[in-house]
Write a protein that binds this ligand. Structure first.
Ligand code: FMN
Length: 170
């Protein structure tokens, strides 16, 4: 698919029909995350693929936003392997994990797989429930699957501000 079509077609799917994501498509999505840039090439991301009934139940216990997705990617990063920027106010962990997640979000759209980015959960509660090591922090969840026939993008999908409101030439 043309990149401009991928960007236009993607929307947050809030109702999945339960069809499984094929292994080759899942691998394409994971590969796009692997190729994402990270600060100093640290690659501190850790991606958990939740597909078992047990793992999905743990996700349902912390958020109402799985929407029936058969696959959920848990995007985390290793807090002990981040780059602290000059000034020491911020480090690369969240930023790098967000870039990895965005690569996977767009790769899903390119593969015809619907998705939704989720942050409506307490990452510490989920990390504990999944048994993640202390050094890993969860950034977000990515629902993956196929949209139900009777769903469509929410109205706000088409309501983006014009560039004149968000871009300033200096
Ligand atoms: C950082 C972030 C967090 C989000 N968290 C949630 C969430 O927890 N639950 C949900 O249903 N949608 C969530 N969304 C989806 C947004 O609501 C959606 O992207 C936005 O309304 C624009 O719609 P669109 O993605 O269809 O264009 C999130 C999106 C982003 C980028």
């Amino acid at each position: 698919m043309e990149f401009s079509e991928v960007v236009k077609n993607r929307y947050s799917c809030k109702k999945f029909d339960g069809r499984k994501v094929e292994r080759d498509k899942l691998n394409q999505i994971l590969e796009a995350g692997r190729l994402a840039p990270t600060a100093k090439n640290l690659q501190e991301q850790v991606i958990y693929v939740a597909e078992s009934e047990e793992a999905l139940a743990k996700i349902d216990a912390v958020t109402p936003c799985r929407y029936g997705a058969p696959t959920v990617l848990v995007v985390a990063f290793d807090k002990n392997n981040v780059y602290t920027y000059p000034g020491e106010k911020r480090n690369s962990g969240i930023e790098d994990a967000a870039i990895v997640a965005t690569h996977m979000l767009l790769a899903a759209a390119n593969a015809g797989v619907d998705s939704c980015w989720l942050n409506r959960f307490d990452p510490d509660v989920l990390a504990k429930s999944l048994g993640l090591p202390e050094n890993e922090e969860i950034l977000m969840l990515l629902d993956l699957g196929y949209a139900a026939a009777d769903t469509k993008p929410l109205e706000n999908h088409c309501k983006r501000k014009p560039l004149s409101e968000t871009v300033k030439y200096i």
